[in-house]
Design a protein around this ligand. Sequence first.
Ligand code: FAD
Length: 286
Amino acid sequence: MLDVIVIGGGPAALSAALNLKIRNKSFLVLGGNEKVTGLMKAPQVDNYLGFKEISGKDLLESFKRHAEGMGIEINQGKAYNILDMGDYFAVNAGSEYYDARSIILATGHGKANYLKGEREYLGKGIGYCATCDGPLYKGKPIAIISENEEGEEEANFLSEICAAVYYLPAYAAQPKLKEGVKLLRERVLSIEGDGSKVNKLVAEQSELQVNAVFIIRNVIPVSQLIEGLEMEEGSIRVNRSMGTSIPGVFACGDCAGKPYQIAKAVGEGSVAALSAVKYLDGKSLE
Ligand SMILES: Cc1cc2nc3c(=O)[nH]c(=O)nc-3n(C[C@H](O)[C@H](O)[C@H](O)COP(=O)(O)OP(=O)(O)OC[C@H]3O[C@@H](n4cnc5c(N)ncnc54)[C@H](O)[C@@H]3O)c2cc1C
């Protein structure tokens, strides 16, 4: 059992990890896909103290070098789901599960444009992790909608166990797919079902009879990660200790609201870590 699992790989997460390391806590950083870190897209940063005219990529490299130099490992795994087990949390990271007494969410600002039918059928045939739930659809037809190349591996894996796998990429690069996977370059219009489970995916030119649809997004909507997380204007509601509506769960950086800035993310990451330490030590957060 770990003390903390930090979810994210941007400045907020790395700042939290650094402070947990200094406070001698056991923790894991689940960093996800580095390419979707907001900072990677910043051409030039001028407002972060100590670094003048630096690119976002170089600044992130510098943060990572600092963290790695302190012995912090950044796991590229993605958190799909967090279960509140009462006195600890279980994090599903695809084929791996990790347990910790506390969680720090630093997932960045990722607003999902939900597909028609997505919220209605979430958990009833719609999922965000094909590797986790795909085997439930052995011998059945399924579809994968993917915002990035991660979905290709999932489609290739499921083509060995599902009756049919349709792959609908929402990115430009040519996917590398096994022969059994059917590639469809069409915009998805809706996911439909009989009220209790999915039975159809409607795209621009096709209607696919499927039992499941997996949506591989760059960022899983944070409100889907853990049940009971209160949101405010699309961000996680936090207090000054970076505590959320769930005791033991802290949030920092862009996922905790505006302004979307590196300095705020780094500061909040450090506050979240110190609050998690207090929580673990049983001290009041006031
Ligand atoms: C084009 C652009 C220019 C910018 N310029 C500036 C600037 O000049 N100055 C400034 O201060 N700010 C700037 N920003 C904003 C700045 O990049 C963000 O405020 C900052 O990166 C927020 O840090 P964060 O750690 O909260 O989130 P992010 O940097 O977005 O990192 C979030 C991380 O969480 C990971 N993640 C998400 N979900 C999961 C999951 N389920 N499991 C595992 N990992 C997950 C992602 O892979 C990512 O690594 C800019 C942003 C953009 C897009």
